[in-house]
Design a protein around this ligand. Structure first.
Ligand code: DC
Length: 221
């Protein structure tokens, strides 16, 4: 079983994706973490993002692995644990820029299909193009969304807890900039895939969203 979860940053995809994976014994794949890992490799190599050929070469030569249970998932770059390092606003912005390069997307999509198809019980994948490009024939597709303000509030609280946040206004601006880039890029923009169930999580608590998703999965199975 393949479950696709797409939507903008801060809509709750990761938390709910992990909960669904645990509930049904599926592998969980955070595809944004893969773009973040590639972006970190580019930042470390000090290659300018405009040099898309070099950026794609770095992405192709980086070994990106996601290991462990959903709740304690580790992201490895060439064997090094970079799980915390990729969660900074700087890497988030870099990932959004790097992910607009078609050659980078081709590498990541291939990797994601291989991982999804080889999961013994199936896989929950979350990202921006899962239901539209990576697995257009997914058994179940969700599109989670929320107002930019609701998403910025959640992201600001998360970043503050990690000692990272600058201010709510900065977080909101960063979310709006990232949305604009993710929606407007020509290759695989963030979009609602055909057949996706859209859930606006702005006014809902986590459990309400989870119950709605569970019902959808149980009906589709
Ligand atoms: O979900 P996230 O914030 O970790 O994603 C980081 C960036 O990666 C985001 O700005 C868009 C990009 N991304 C993408 O283009 N396609 C995906 N399937 C997942 C993420």
């Amino acid at each position: 079983m393949i479950i696709a979860i797409d939507g903008p940053s801060g809509a709750g995809k990761s938390t709910l994706g992990k909960m669904l994976a645990k509930e049904f014994g599926l592998l969980y794949l955070d595809t944004g973490a893969m773009y973040r890992a590639a972006a970190l490799a580019v930042l470390r190599a000090r290659v300018p993002f405009e040099d898309s050929e070099k950026v794609a070469e770095i992405a192709a030569n980086s070994k990106i692995d996601l290991t462990g249970e959903p709740s304690s998932m580790k992201v490895l770059l060439d064997g090094e644990d970079i799980s915390s390092e990729i969660r900074t606003p700087e890497v988030a912005t870099a990932a959004s820029v790097v992910s607009a390069i078609p050659a980078v997307r081709r590498i990541m999509v291939e990797h994601q299909r291989t991982i999804g198809n080889s999961a013994p019980n199936g896989c929950v994948l979350e990202g921006r193009d899962i239901g539209s490009v990576v697995f257009p024939d997914a058994d179940i597709k969700f599109f989670l969304t929320a107002t930019p303000e609701a998403r910025a509030r959640r992201r600001f609280a998360e970043d503050s807890a990690k000692g990272l946040a600058a201010s709510y206004d900065y977080t909101l601006r960063e979310i709006n900039d990232r949305d604009a880039r993710d929606v407007s890029r020509p290759d695989s923009p963030l979009t609602i895939a055909d057949g996706a169930t859209v859930i606006d999580t702005s006014g809902l608590d986590l459990n309400e969203v989870f119950q709605t998703m569970l019902e959808n999965v149980r009906t589709a199975r």
